[in-house]
Every structure is written in structure tokens, then in C-alpha cells.
Design a protein around this ligand. Structure first.
Ligand SMILES: Cc1cc2nc3c(=O)[nH]c(=O)nc-3n(C[C@H](O)[C@H](O)[C@H](O)COP(=O)(O)OP(=O)(O)OC[C@H]3O[C@@H](n4cnc5c(N)ncnc54)[C@H](O)[C@@H]3O)c2cc1C
Length: 467
């Protein structure tokens, strides 16, 4: 029987990063993955393929709507070739997942393909199509991730009533896609198909989209997506989803309790994700799950069984690839006797619609609730020369700083390239910068990043320059 210092179950961004860090720190490491490709949700059916389609559809939209204004004439009609678009996306996925296999080989990590399940706290059974093998591990890291969740009355048929996984593989552009859930995944994939020509109707239970993010971002994103002709039905409670031939009929109650019916040819159910422990046999190792099906962990990501840890989507906290990665690194370093730490307040959240939305730290709503006295500096993208040069003028950067100390408490932004810009906010907050610290840093001109400086100037002394 092969023996390891560490075995990791699941090869998503949590699992594979944990494996690499364990190997770097000199531990004999194995990783178990039930699918034939590594990389988990993120690389196969999540972050990477969705961004590939967002990019392709963005190019198409630019060609159709904006090239002419830029002085670029295209003779003939610009058309979507969905087969090629999906195939390019798959090429990106294949290349990226192979890259993880390369990294496993480079770091001398043994990869086991098959379903991993606990026999007891130190033995894991790997089952590939009935062929079984057992490995022994001093420590195990559970990194089994998550799967799309649904509502109890919805039957996902994977053809017309679909999750994000199928939405990344469609063979045609829907005529009318109904999106249930106005969170990150629904909006990103909704925007892909909107750009490709579908009518897109979003139905959201809450009274705003991207709930959980700062209210100002939610308002601005709604405004911008409405301008792009996406339709929103907020405060609507979906109560039935039925397939009728090639159509899907969705019934919901609006705010006043009145029934509203929506008919489309596809319905994307994007109401969140659930932690995934099916087949893991956690009970054989004595590992406890919480009431929401997540593996219960302490501040060190250790389960109730001292040699078993858990990370990523399968434990509490934001379901984000970079959060899973940080946790993978943390557990590896803990096992090596180091004293790592994650500041969960500084895990940024991003929505890759266009305009992009990104945030780190506390929202205004959270500061109000906590009774913290704060000041706000906000700067609109449209006041930037860089934004006007690219005709990407929607959005703003908002910096929240402590009223007394000027320490930055939150950075919230919407606009072009915010997914990348937010790192400035994370860096500043990691070093506990004041708004004035950011305001005094030189920002290259012309860049979108100048909006961060201007918002910091506005927060410092209400002294933004370009507005
Ligand atoms: C459409 C979409 C877009 C997304 N976009 C982003 C984004 O832009 N940015 C971002 O930060 N996050 C994004 N996410 C979320 C991100 O994908 C997850 O947060 C991330 O993948 C979680 O990583 P993980 O390692 O915890 O688990 P996962 O990536 O889910 O990986 C878990 C792995 O474990 C394997 N596994 C499970 N059980 C077993 C078992 N018993 N034996 C063997 N293997 C097992 C699974 O097959 C899987 O490969 C997106 C998700 C979706 C669906």
C-alpha cells in the first residue's frame, strides 16, 4: 500500500494548490480526483470557461456595436459561430487542465484518478470504475468543492432547464434565456448570451442583484445591464419551472403576491452552489458535517478529526477559487509547522460582467450596521481620459475610510478592468494604508487606476482633482 505524508481529495484550486505547497515543503503528497482532468470546477466548468465565453461574446458585441464608431468597417454581416466559440473555450480548458497535470509531475505529486472515500481516518479508498486501490496518509485534506444547487421543485433536465455547467456547452444561442438568480454566475452567463443575441430575463428573489455586495455597486450594475437590454424582475419568488416541448415556463409571485409567467426556450438555474461530499464516506473517518452539509472546521481548517483538514467550497466562507487557494496554502504550511494566517476580510469578490464589479473589505451597509463612523470618496469612471478613450465610461470607484484614522475599510468599484484594479485595494488594506496613502501614490496616466487615486483623494479631504 502506498503511504503518504498528505493525501488530498479533490483537484480544484484548493486541492491542487495545497498539493503543490505540500510538495514544496518536502511532504510526500498524493492527490485523488474522480474526473479524468484535473483543476476541479474552476478550470473545467467554472472560472476559466466562463471567462473564455465572456471574452468571445465581448469581442462579438464590440464588432457589432462599436467597431463602426472606432472607424472599422466590416464588409458583410458579423455572425456568431457558436460551435467555434464553444470549441475555443474547450481548447482553453484543455490547455489549462493539462498545465495542472504538468505541475503535479514537476512537483512529484502522485495523481490517483477515481472516487476517493474514507475507509478510516488514515486510509482512503480510490475507486475507478470498480477497480479499487487503498492509500495510507498521515494527513488528509478534503477539497471536494461544490456542485450547482437548485430549488426543490425544479427538475434540471440539462437540456432546456440547465445549470452553469450546461450553459457553458450550448449548441445554439437561446432565443429567450430565463435566468433564475441574479448572483455572479447568472449575470455573467446571462450577459454572454445577451451579447450573442438572446433575450435575457433575470428573476431574483431579493430586491437587488448581487446581494451581499455594496448597494451602490448593485444599483450601478443594474443600470448598466438594463442599458444593455437585460431585463430584471426583482423581489420575485419562483414557484414552478416546467418544460413544455422546447419551451420552459416559469411561474413566480411578484412583490405583491401576483403570479407572473415567463416563457423562454432555456432556463438557467443559478441559485447558488452546495458543498459536495457525496461518496466521500466522511462518517467512516468520523468527520462531522454542519447543518448545511459543509465539512465543519476550526480556525485552522482542521476538522473534528485532528489529522484531517478541509478547504475551499466544501467549508464555510465565500465560494471563490482564490479563497480555496489561500486555504490550501495555509493548511500545507500548518502541516509543515509554520504559522500562516488568512485575512478573510481581504478576500476580494469579483463579477466579470462588463462593466466588471469588484470589492474588498466592508460595505457601507456593514459599516452602518457595526456603527463604525466612516467617510466616502467616490469617483466616476466617465471623468477619466482613459475611460473616454475606450468608450468604457460606466461605473465608479468608492473608497470607504475610517472617519477618525483615515484607514481604508472598504474599496468598491464597477467599471472596465475592475477585476484587476481591485488588487490595489487589497494591497493597500493588507498594509493598513490610509486613504491619504493611496492619494499620495503616483498612478500612471492615463489608466483606469487613476480612479482609485481620485476616490482616495475624495475620501481624504474631498479633494478629487478631475471632477
Ligand atoms: C460558472 C462558474 C464561474 C465561476 N467563476 C469564478 C470566478 O470567476 N472566480 C472565482 O474565484 N470563483 C469562480 N467560481 C467558483 C470556483 O469555481 C470555486 O470557488 C472553486 O472551484 C472552488 O475550488 P475547490 O478546490 O474548493 O473545489 P472544486 O473546484 O469544486 O474542486 C473539487 C474537486 O474535487 C473533486 N471531487 C469531489 N469529490 C471527490 C471524491 N470523493 N473523490 C475524488 N475527487 C472528488 C471534484 O471532481 C472536483 O474536481 C465559479 C464557479 C462557476 C460554477
Amino acid at each position: 500500500m502506498n503511504q503518504y505524508d498528505v493525501a488530498i481529495i479533490g483537484s480544484g484550486p484548493g486541492g491542487y494548490v495545497a498539493a503543490i505547497r505540500c510538495a514544496q515543503l518536502g511532504m510526500k503528497t498524493a492527490i485523488v480526483e474522480k474526473y479524468s482532468t484535473l483543476g476541479g470546477t474552476c478550470l473545467n466548468v467554472g472560472c476559466i470557461p466562463s471567462k473564455a465565453l465572456l471574452d468571445s461574446s465581448h469581442h462579438y458585441e464590440d464588432a457589432v456595436k462599436h467597431f463602426e464608431e472606432h472607424g472599422i468597417d466590416i464588409p458583410g454581416e458579423v455572425k456568431v459561430n457558436i460551435k467555434q466559440m464553444i470549441s475555443r473555450k474547450q481548447g482553453v480548458v484543455d490547455q489549462t487542465t493539462k498545465g495542472i497535470q504538468f505541475l503535479m509531475d514537476k512537483n512529484k505529486i502522485d495523481v490517483y484518478e477515481g472516487l476517493g472515500s474514507f475507509k478510516d481516518a488514515t486510509h482512503i479508498n480510490v475507486d475507478k470504475d470498480g477497480k479499487e486501490e487503498t492509500i495510507e496518509a498521515k494527513h488528509t485534506i478534503i477539497a471536494t468543492g461544490s456542485k450547482p444547487s437548485s430549488l426543490p421543485f425544479i427538475k434540471i433536465d440539462k437540456e432546456r432547464i440547465i445549470t452553469s455547467t450546461e450553459a457553458l456547452e450550448l449548441k445554439e444561442v437561446p432565443k429567450h434565456m430565463i435566468v433564475i438568480g441574479g448572483g455572479v454566475i447568472g449575470l455573467e452567463l446571462g450577459q454572454v448570451y445577451k451579447r450573442l443575441g438572446a433575450e435575457v430575463t433575470v428573476i431574483e428573489y431579493m430586491d437587488r442583484i448581487i446581494p451581499g455586495m455594496d448597494g451602490g455597486l448593485s444599483k450601478e450594475l443594474t443600470r448598466s445591464l438594463k442599458k444593455q437590454k437585460m431585463k430584471f424582475n426583482l423581489s420575485h419568488k419562483v414557484k414552478s419551472v416546467e418544460r413544455v416541448g422546447d419551451e420552459v415556463v416559469v411561474k413566480a409571485d411578484d412583490k405583491k403576491g401576483k403570479e407572473v409567467t415567463f416563457t423562454g426556450d432555456y432556463c438557467l438555474v443559478s441559485v447558488g452552489r452546495r458543498p459536495y461530499t457525496d461518496g466521500l464516506n466522511a462518517e467512516a473517518a468520523g468527520v462531522k458535517l454542519d447543518d448545511r452539509g459543509r465539512v465543519e472546521v476550526n480556525d485552522h481548517l482542521q476538522t473534528n478529526v485532528s489529522n484531517i483538514y478541509a478547504i475551499g467550497d466544501v467549508v464555510r466562507g465565500a465560494m471563490l477559487a482564490h479563497k480555496a487557494e489561500e486555504e490550501g496554502t495555509m493548511v500545507a504550511e500548518l502541516l509543515a509547522g509554520q504559522k500562516p494566517h488568512i485575512n478573510y476580510n481581504l478576500i476580494p469578490g469579483v463579477v466579470y460582467t462588463w462593466p466588471e464589479v469588484a470589492a474588498v473589505g466592508k460595505t457601507e451597509e456593514e459599516l452602518k450596521e457595526a456603527g463604525v463612523e466612516y467617510k466616502v470618496g467616490q469617483f466616476p469612471m466617465r471623468a477619466l481620459g482613459r475611460a473616454r478613450a475606450s468608450m468604457d465610461i460606466d461605473g465608479f470607484v468608492k473608497i470607504l475610510a475610517d472617519k477618525a484614522t483615515d484607514e481604508v475599510l472598504g474599496v468598491h468599484m464597477i467599471g472596465a478592468r475592475c477585476a484587476d484594479l481591485i488588487t490595489e485595494g487589497v494591497t493597500a488594506m493588507e498594509f493598513r494604508a490610509s486613504a491619504e496613502d493611496i492619494a499620495r501614490m503616483s498612478h500612471a496616466h492615463p489608466t483606469y487606476a487613476e480612479a482609485v487615486k481620485e476616490a482616495a483623494l475624495a475620501a481624504t479631504d474631498d479633494r478629487a482633482v478631475h471632477i
